[in-house]
Design a protein around this ligand. Structure first.
Ligand code: FAD
Length: 370
């Protein structure tokens, strides 16, 4: 296909993977990211999967997959804090931050434009156009919606764009491993779980923010899934600043009263090592669990990738791998076809069933998680 002028909305992993692959094939690609300073330093860890390794190989970043912390086994606690089950299933957690910054370094710097929120997407017969928060407008042969859960590009492709609340949220913490008190040391070097009726908590080590793997420089990541009614959600997402967030409560917005209540709840219902890990995090944050499944992935000049296309539950650990698979499929389809519409139709044929399958798998895991 002739070189395309492409505008990608969203500069997280789906946007970066697609941009690099399309630039490698000679297309003129620019990524527009709304955050002012990029996303470095804001992620935790993820489990590598086949499509992530494939994309890393394709863009010359395969070494990132080796920067990980190995959890040598899975352990399950009982209510007393004793280990009731051990499974020898070693697993490696890669650093999200290291992955993001290494992948971002492969993109031509002048084509990653931060502090550029897209406010409108419009499509004509010959092109699609983006309008930015400063009022300017630009036209493209191809617009990619890599704008995640709260995608505005979705609306150019799907009639239904609303994320469905799954009925629970994930309280989260990410602390330097040295902040874990001795009573929680059993949590180190293993994937730990406590799962009982209405309670699901887990934790694991991830590398340090720059990919550090040495003991002492890693971070402990815990996640406590807790049910919340739809009516209760606005309260859960109200920050100490008074701002009500739509999908999460960011780090730094939890009031000290609510933090105190979290710590007390943890002491009451969780095994002691997890209660200690939760107490060690001064700035817990909350991620709402939502579902979204696209009915269409493409229109004439617009395609959706990553979380903009399908929001999959964190239990799958497949959000990043799915974004990688989307980017690879889109690149292959564009390389194979002479015309854009043929390529986009092929991309949709291939990735719509995959996205649905992962989304439904996550919903099944979620139903058994609480
Ligand atoms: C800061 C951050 C940290 C993360 N940490 C982890 C982690 O540790 N482990 C893990 O498994 N997953 C993590 N994720 C989620 C993971 O990246 C996704 O599940 C998966 O990679 C698919 O991502 P995505 O690129 O489709 O969407 P997202 O990662 O959600 O990114 C969407 C991007 O679009 C930008 N955006 C949204 N709207 C607009 C707009 N109107 N104009 C311009 N830009 C816009 C957002 O700022 C964001 O950068 C993180 C995501 C983010 C953003």
């Amino acid at each position: 296909m002739r070189p395309l002028k492409a505008g990608i909305v969203g500069g997280s992993l789906a946007g970066l993977f697609s941009a690099i692959l399309l630039q490698m094939d000679g297309h003129d690609v620019t990524v527009y990211e709304r955050s002012a300073r990029g996303l470095a330093g804001r992620g935790a860890g993820l489990v590598g999967q086949r499509d992530l390794f494939r994309v890393l190989r394709a863009i010359g970043c395969e070494h990132v997959a080796r920067i990980g912390v190995v959890a040598k086994e899975r352990i399950y606690f009982d209510a007393n804090g004793d280990v009731s089950e051990r499974l020898a299933t070693p697993q490696t957690q890669i650093s999200w931050d290291y992955l993001y910054s290494t992948v971002a370094s492969k993109l031509h710097l002048q084509t990653y434009i931060v502090d550029n929120a897209v406010t409108r997407v419009e499509e004509q017969d010959e092109y699609a156009s983006l309008t930015f928060s400063d009022g300017r407008t630009e036209s493209f042969d191809l617009v990619l919606g890599a704008d995640g859960l709260a995608s505005i590009v979705r609306g150019a492709v799907n009639e239904e764009t609303t994320n469905r609340f799954a009925g629970y949220v994930a309280w989260r913490g990410l602390i330097p491993e040295g902040d874990l008190p001795p009573g929680a040391s059993i949590l180190l070097d293993r994937f730990a779980f406590y799962v009982t009726r209405g309670i699901h908590v887990l934790g694991y080590l991830v590398p340090g923010p720059k990919g550090e793997m040495e003991p002492g420089s890693r971070r402990y990541n815990w996640v406590w899934y807790r049910p919340v009614s739809m009516a209760g959600l606005p309260d859960v997402f109200t920050g100490k600043s008074g701002k009500v967030y739509e999908y999460s409560l960011p780090r730094g917005e939890l009031s000290s009263d609510r933090r105190g209540a979290l710590v007390e709840d943890a002491k009451t219902v969780l095994p002691p090592p997890f209660a200690l890990a939760i107490e060690a995090e001064p700035f817990s944050f909350i991620q709402g669990i939502f579902d979204y499944q696209s009915t269409r992935l493409v229109s004439k000049h617009v395609a959706l990738i990553g979380d903009a296309a399908f929001v999959v539950r964190p239990h799958t650990a497949m959000g990043v791998a799915k974004a990688a698979g989307d980017a690879l499929a889109l690149r292959a389809a564009i390389a194979r076809y002479e015309n854009l519409q043929g390529a986009l139709a092929e991309y949709e044929r291939e990735r719509l069933p995959v996205g649905n399958e992962i989304a439904l798998y996550g919903q099944r895991l979620g139903a058994s998680a609480l």
